[in-house]
Write a protein that binds this ligand. Structure first.
Ligand SMILES: Cc1cc2nc3c(=O)[nH]c(=O)nc-3n(C[C@H](O)[C@H](O)[C@H](O)COP(=O)(O)OP(=O)(O)OC[C@H]3O[C@@H](n4cnc5c(N)ncnc54)[C@H](O)[C@@H]3O)c2cc1C
Length: 596
């Protein structure tokens, strides 16, 4: 294909005619999109074995899709909360659950083994460690490489057999061709995530990067065209034309999207970020079609992704009553929704709206993400439990409502809530297919630790999974943080007997003991330790590899601040570098970090 219009001398009448070598522009970006689709197809084929293994479990295809209420509970009394054992005070224990439990010595009952397919990170651990090195904020080397490759591809599309000086329209084609990519990556119900077994929040950095390239390309196009028309002395004439005016409106909308999604706005004025994003992104789809006919197919694709996501989000929304309880030691509010007791997987989160005037005039409009702290169909605690730390004004108001203690049905303050989800999670990784698991939690990250442990116990009790030992390591500021969670820990330890899993819970506190923060009156159950200082992650992992009896792999879950993720990542790298990888199992690391 070649250029059909001599755009240095044109006297155009329509936008397409003004546009220059339209067919080549359209063809280049079309084939770039086809190439992107091929890459996704290839990654999908590589993901397929894990996807099939996941779907081959009973009901695997519908795990973690819709929150619901199930009434059929076949839990025996001995498996229920009331089975908490006598609390038994214990001091520091430096052990791993695999090695210490005497129950571990008796032969384990036969369970149905969950199919285990190694992920790419486990097949090439050394390469994975390199790709996980942090580069910029939360972006790791692997993510940076993907961004560079993507940028190079779009640069190629912008420059192939043309130049931005002579053909600024190519940049417009590059921009419109990325509309489906940007809108797809923005969705919570993400088709790409389903194909690749990756949660939407893990792809969010790509949405931001692709969005910025789209804005950049649109601006390059606009500057080039304005420059050209001004040189020709025709700017005042063309600006009066409708399609050009819509082009300018589209540009303004894109620049609004960009400016109001900068980190500083996203973190400090989240409502402004969300409202401008929703309004401007919808208007942009309309105005860009009015500017450029060639945008229509791309806009349709983007609108389909966006519309489907909105419909699914409505289908995934539930309005119910929640009981709010203050946990002052943790500066958190516990949100308990007993009516929703099924339909999620450990590691998934919901978006929570509080429909109460106590949250302020617009409080109901804010949806905040929270990792579910209980297991689906759980016997330790039935229903969704969220642990919401006081972080800013919204969570402070939530805490204040809970502190009012308005004597709801469950003893806290009852409020109406809108819960949307579940989202995120582990994709096609099944922690019950490993031989053991360790959960590292920091502060309110205990939510994932609690649901992760509980889910493994539930699976083992129902005769599924190969997990024999589980460790939960929790870092907190003060030792009395353990107080509100203690009954939950005690119940989990009691349940672990029924599940025939060696469970160890280690709580580490970093602040000194004071009269206000002590645990002298606490009775700690066997299996729970309280230790000053930070956990020695490396030693814990070495302990696991030393006690590993086979080459089965271990699952590591991390939840909390990003610094904890960094510590665990480094420890995994050190252990992997120092042991003989073929004789013992490998680690699969999953991180849940509380920021988007
Ligand atoms: C996937 C995920 C799971 C999470 N799970 C938990 C959990 O189990 N327990 C817990 O205590 N915290 C969790 N968080 C963090 C929690 O969502 C924020 O602390 C909370 O939204 C802060 O609200 P705020 O207005 O009180 O604080 P602000 O001071 O307004 O915000 C504090 C921080 O939270 C971020 N934030 C604010 N609102 C939102 C929002 N709507 N969506 C995403 N981020 C937001 C801001 O960017 C800022 O960095 C999770 C976050 C994510 C992304």
């Amino acid at each position: 294909m070649s250029a059909t219009i001599d755009h240095t001398r044109f006297r155009p009448t329509t936008l397409e005619a003004r546009a220059g070598p339209g067919p080549l522009n359209a063809a280049v970006v079309f084939w770039v999109d086809i190439l992107l689709l091929c890459v996704v197809g290839l990654l999908f084929v590589l993901t397929l074995p894990r996807m099939l293994a996941h779907f081959s479990r009973g009901g695997g295809w519908r795990l973690g899709l819709l929150l619901r209420h199930t009434t059929a509970t076949s839990h025996s009394d001995e498996q229920s909360v009331s089975s908490r054992r006598t609390l038994d005070r214990r001091s520091i224990i430096t052990r791993t659950a695999c090695s210490s439990s005497s129950e571990n010595e008796k032969p384990a009952p036969t369970r149905v083994q969950a199919t285990h397919v190694r992920s790419w990170q486990m097949l090439f651990p050394h390469m994975t460690h390199v790709l996980r090195l942090p580069v910029l904020g939360r972006i790791h080397l692997g993510g940076a490489v993907i961004c560079v490759l993507y940028f190079s591809l779009l640069l190629f599309a912008a420059l192939y057999r043309t130049s931005i000086w002579t053909n600024p329209v190519r940049a417009a084609y590059v921009a419109i061709s990325q509309i489906p990519v940007v809108y797809l990556l923005a969705t919570k119900n993400n088709v790409l995530g389903v194909l690749l077994g990756t949660a939407y929040d893990k792809l969010n950095y790509l949405h931001r990067f692709a969005g910025r390239l789209l804005v950049l390309a649109a601006n390059v196009h606009a500057i080039g065209m304005i420059y050209r028309y001004t040189l020709q002395g025709r700017w005042m004439h063309v600006i009066a034309e409708t399609d050009i005016s819509w082009g300018l409106v589209s540009l303004v909308l894109l620049d609004i999207l960009f400016l109001f999604s900068l980190d500083v706005v996203r973190r400090r004025m989240r409502n402004l970020f969300i409202s401008t994003h929703v309004v401007a992104s919808i208007l942009f789809l309309v105005t860009v079609c009015l500017h450029m006919n060639a945008a229509v197919p791309y806009v349709i694709a983007g609108a389909v992704f966006y519309g489907l996501d909105r419909v699914l989000r409505m289908l995934k929304s539930r309005i119910c009553t929640a009981t709010l309880t203050c946990l002052p030691e943790l500066h958190t509010t516990q949100v308990h929704i007993p009516k929703l007791n099924s339909g999620w997987r450990a590691g998934q989160h919901v978006r929570l709206r509080i429909l109460s005037s106590g949250m302020g005039p617009y409080g109901w409009a804010e949806a905040h993400p929270y990792t579910i702290a209980s297991a689906s169909d759980g016997t330790v605690q039935e229903g969704i439990v969220l642990i919401c730390k006081k972080a800013g004004s919204w969570t402070r108001r939530l805490y204040d409502i809970a502190a009012e203690n308005r004597r709801g049905a469950l003893g806290g303050s009852d409020v109406r809530v809108l819960v949307e989800g579940p989202y995120g999670g582990l994709g096609y990784t099944g922690p019950d297919s490993f031989s053991g698991s360790v959960f590292f939690a920091g502060g309110s990250g205990i939510s994932y630790g609690l649901s992760g442990v509980q889910e493994l116990l539930e699976h083992a009790k129902s005769g599924v999974g190969s997990v024999r030992c589980v460790d939960l390591v929790w870092s907190v500021h003060h030792p009395d943080c353990v107080r509100p969670i203690l009954p939950f820990f005690a119940a989990l330890l009691a349940e672990s007997k029924a599940a025939d899993i060696a469970l160890g819970i280690s709580v580490f506190y970093t602040r000194a003991l004071t009269a206000d923060h002590s645990f002298a009156d606490l009775e700690l159950p066997t299996g729970l330790s309280l230790t000053p200082g930070r956990p020695d992650v490396y030693s814990i992992l070495v302990g696991l590899t030393m006690h590993a009896t086979s080459s089965r792999d271990m699952f590591l879950g991390v939840c909390g601040p990003s610094s904890l993720g960094g510590t665990v990542r480094k420890a995994v790298r050190d252990v992997d570098n120092r042991r003989i990888p073929d004789t013992v199992g490998r680690f699969h690391l999953h991180e849940e970090i509380f920021s988007l």
